[in-house]
Design a protein around this ligand. Structure first.
Ligand SMILES: [Zn+2]
Length: 133
């Protein structure tokens, strides 16, 4: 999936808006609801996160969707929010193609690999969701 990256200008503006403190707010970043992290960003690596619009979506590369945050907050969100979201997106896409629906495509297309413990699409070699019973 293509990612929409912020321009240098938007990154600079987000950084300026932050006032040098992490802008991450709330549970998505591993914080109590409504609470801002506020960790000092000076001298540290600053991540510009896409929120609430995922980086894979059109229109996500605007200042309103840019969150200047510390690596801790960004890391938490990436692990607990972005990655599951992307996995969900992939599952939806897979279902859309009819791959996970037995009967739509011959069952032989998907094969269970005992060695790897996963279902594999033989045509692409990619791991797929287990067929729905
Ligand atoms: Zn933070």
């Amino acid at each position: 999936m293509p990612r929409h990256n912020f321009s240098a200008k938007v990154k600079r503006q987000a950084h300026e808006r932050s006032g040098g403190h992490c802008e991450a707010v709330g549970e998505v970043y591993g914080l109590p609801p409504g609470q801002r992290c506020n960790a000092a960003l000076a001298g540290k690596r600053v991540e510009i996160d896409h929120y609430p619009i995922p980086a894979t979506d059109e229109g996500s590369d605007v200042l309103e969707n840019a969150v200047a945050c510390c690596t801790k907050c960004h890391g938490h969100k990436t692990a607990t929010y972005d990655v599951p979201m992307q996995a969900k997106g992939k599952r939806v896409a897979t279902r859309h193609l009819g791959i996970s629906q037995p009967g739509t495509l011959p069952g032989a297309r998907i094969k269970y690999s005992r060695a790897r413990g996963v279902w594999v699409d033989r045509a692409t070699g990619q791991i797929v969701e287990a067929p729905q019973q």
